[in-house]
Design a binder for this molecule. Structure first.
Ligand code: LLI
Ligand code: ZN
Length: 717
């Protein structure tokens, strides 16, 4: 099973990749896989980046991991230990295999499997097949001493390599390396370069690191520079060229080469002649350039470097590469750690804005004065907020001598909600509840219908549905009921008195946003956004007292329900509800409860026709006025006006309401009062009795009323 890389083993992955590349180059093989030993398991790393976990009891790698033996196979298909299934799956042909353990302090930390020794290609293009030989094995042992250390250090993020390591390496450098702190890149490079210098009898050696940011090369371990740091532009001089091309150079006489930079010779009073220069790269990225200068023969003469020298030098370059890439990874990890700590420190000091900040800059806090005004408001005592006969217009029209109807409306909402006991139960203080209601009220406009009274009405209506309908328990939970009552208050936030169609056809900013974002519920999305804004301020977050899971549940309910009030989705939702009742209701089923909640909010939203006729008639007048105002604006803007919105069409209110009942409200309430919501039967009954009353008015028009007695139309606030 291939696993995705976690951040933790990223370092190891990268190291393993460089080990694979090095091992392949050293032994001239076509492929390499590394199996890192983790207890009874092997984590197999392949060149394509795949990581596979397997048992230590399987395959040649497992055998090597357990025994520590080197396995050198000349013909894989002749060896019983070889498993050809991978070849079969990939279409690759395995011939030769060299499988060797990677040791650290005597324990096997990994297994390297090298596949297919590359053919030797002669000058004339002919190929000679080769098998892995003793030299490959020795080379690998040398290399693996270093690899084992790297892997070990990488895995446990170790501080210091303390123990002296004896290596029967052919390259005495390795002994030095294994005693060196893996993080001391300078030391390692120094050892590597010194070893190379000695082995190839060069006079001088230098290592240039690539400074990517400044596009320069610089040397810290060049000998004979007296510790002085040399810096020059990438692309300049032989090392600079090698850094930019990534291709090594073997130059017999530097002064015959126009790329050679004589300035450094001048600076140090030296005469460069033969130069061997190799890039140190990690996955194509040149990290550094290693350079040997002036190969000396026994007689102290400068001679050119040979092709064999170049080959050996490449090995050294690879060692240096691993150590540099290691140190880069370490730097990266250290920097990332530092940054994370700084960020935490800043947060603690409060220098950064966090979600937990006490005040949201978006909302103006509700003042004591506003709260006191509500506290000072007294509702008339002959009204019953909990009754389905309650008439909000009584409060609005000052029939009961209410001084500030909008304050009375807030007071009514507060009394209703506190009367349920839900705020107390769900950790919402009276102050937070009041802040919430007042924040909502601030966001309603003074339009004829979709104002704060409408949502107060929906809230009060839902209360009667929930309690008269005895829905809490058998149909909905207390939390559902609490959310519904609060959702009623936000469901039309910032309604501008015009419908979605108006926004879309007039290209209002909200309309454009909706079209661009692909949700045509223009207003409903806007209402949700504003609701979230109110709830984001913890002074008005009625859900603060809930645990995270319940809070998320409430947000989801609220948003689903508000979005469900778009009448464009009416048919869809009613159909879903009907289908659900046929299937059978289950209060434990969250999806079913949600559908019921959406239907209940929708019912509240079109509940005007379920009210005592006189109340119903007042809402109908208000909605008519709002529709007409929209029609006026549509005419002004030269967009289409539907007859229902056209003041000049002389629509009769009775006809409008009968039409609305026949086509929308009647069928809706009939279907609503089925299944789990049978207890809401009175709503459907009142709708049909109201329809009959409207029909009666059509059949026997009353005598015209004397002027001045007509009921004023709602003016919002
Ligand atoms: C009423 C009414 O009477 C609202 C509004 C909405 C219901 C819910 C926003 C959300 C549409 C209007 C319903 C287009 C679909 C079919 C027609 C209609 C008859 C309409 C209360 C509404 C609310 O009477 C109390 C709503 N209608 N719709 O999307 N009319 C219109 C009149 C003007 N006069 O009697
Ligand atoms: Zn509404």
């Amino acid at each position: 099973m291939a696993t995705r890389l976690s951040r933790d083993n990223l370092e190891e992955q990268s190291l393993v990749q460089s080990i694979m590349n090095t091992a392949k180059a050293l032994t001239e093989s076509d492929r390499c896989s590394i199996f890192v030993v983790k207890g009874d398991l092997l984590h197999a790393y392949f060149e394509d980046g795949a990581v596979v976990t397997m048992s230590i009891d399987s395959g040649i790698a497992g055998h090597v991991a357990k025994t520590g033996e080197t396995v050198n196979i000349v013909d894989a298909y002749q060896d019983p230990r070889f498993n050809s299934s991978v070849d079969k799956a990939t279409g690759y042909r395995t011939n030769t295999i060299l499988c060797m353990p990677v040791l650290y302090e005597g324990t096997i930390v990994a297994v390297a499997q090298l596949i297919n020794k590359l053919d030797r290609v002669n000058k004339d293009g002919t190929r000679i097949r080769r098998v892995f030989n003793k030299r490959d094995e020795e080379l690998f042992v040398t290399f693996s001493t270093f690899t084992g250390v790297s892997l070990r250090n990488c895995r446990i993020n170790v501080n210091l390599m303390k123990e002296k390591k004896k290596s029967e390496a052919i390259l005495d450098v390795v002994t030095l390396l294994s005693n060196t702190d893996i993080r001391d890149v300078n030391k390692i490079c120094q050892h590597v370069m010194l070893g190379a210098k000695k082995l190839l009898s060069a006079d001088r050696s230098s290592l240039f690191l690539v400074d990517k940011e400044r596009n320069e090369l610089y040397s810290t371990v060049a000998d004979s520079t007296g510790g002085q740091v040399i810096r020059f532009a990438s692309g300049k001089g032989i090392a600079g060229v090698v850094a930019s091309t990534g291709i090594g150079e073997n130059i017999k006489d530097a002064y015959q080469d126009e790329r050679f930079n004589r300035d450094i010779d001048k600076q140090f009073g030296y005469r460069t002649q033969s130069v061997l220069c190799e890039p140190i790269a990690l996955s194509g990225d040149v990290l550094a350039v290693a350079q040997l200068v002036n190969k000396m023969n026994d007689k102290g003469q400068v001679v050119p470097f040979t092709v064999d020298d170049q080959e050996s030098f490449r090995t050294f370059a690879l060692f240096a590469g691993i150590s540099i890439s290691n140190s880069h990874l370490l730097d990266f990890a250290i920097r990332a750690g530092k940054e994370a700590m700084e960020l935490t420190a800043m947060r603690e000091r409060g220098a950064l804005m966090t979600r937990r900040d006490s005040t949201s800059p978006k909302l103006l806090a509700i003042t004591d004065k506003e709260r006191q005004s509500i506290a000072a408001t007294k509702l008339p005592d002959n009204i019953d907020l909990t009754s389905k006969e309650f008439n909000l217009w009584d409060l609005r029209e000052g029939k009961h001598k209410v001084e500030v109807p909008l304050d009375a409306s807030v007071k009514a909402v507060m009394q209703l909600l506190l009367g349920t006991g839900f705020p107390q139960k769900f950790g919402c203080t009276e102050q937070i509840l009041l802040n919430f209601v007042l924040q909502c009220r601030r966001k309603y406009r003074s339009v004829p219908y979709h104002n704060f009274y409408h949502v107060t009405d929906v809230c009060q209506t839902l209360y009667t549905f929930l309690f008269e309908g005895k829905l809490i328990g058998p149909v909905l939970t207390e939390l559902d009921a609490f959310v519904l009552l609060l959702t009623a208050l936000v469901h039309d936030l910032d309604h501008m008195g015009v419908n979605n169609s108006f926004h879309l056809k007039t290209d209002s900013p909200l309309g454009i946003l909706s079209s661009a974002s692909g949700n045509n519920s223009v207003l409903e999305v806007h209402h949700c956004n504003l609701a979230i804004e109110i709830l984001t301020d913890h002074e008005s977050n009625v859900f603060v007292g809930l645990n995270e899971q319940d809070r998320t549940y409430c947000y989801r309910c609220l948003i689903d329900c508000v979005l469900a009030t778009d009448m464009a989705r009416h048919g869809e939702l009613v159909n879903n509800f009907v289908a659900m009742t046929k299937e059978g209701y289950n209060v434990e089923d969250e999806a079913k409860r949600r559908l019921v909640m959406m239907m209940i909010l929708k019912a509240g939203d079109i509940s005007n026709v379920t009210k005592p006729f006189e109340v119903s008639r007042l809402w109908a007048m208000a909605v008519t006025e709002e529709f007409y105002k929209q029609g006026d604006m549509e005419k002004e803007r030269g967009v289409a006006v539907l007859p229902m919105f056209d003041r000049a069409a002389n629509n009769e209110l009775a006809k409008g309401q009968i039409g609305f009942i026949n086509f929308v409200a009647g069928p809706f309430f009939d279907k609503l009062c089925t299944g789990p919501l049978e207890t809401l039967k009175w709503t459907a009954d009142t709708v049909s009795s109201n329809k009959a009353l409207w029909q009666g008015l059509l059949d026997n028009p009353p005598a015209p009323q004397p002027a001045g007695t007509a009921v004023k139309q709602g003016d919002g606030k």
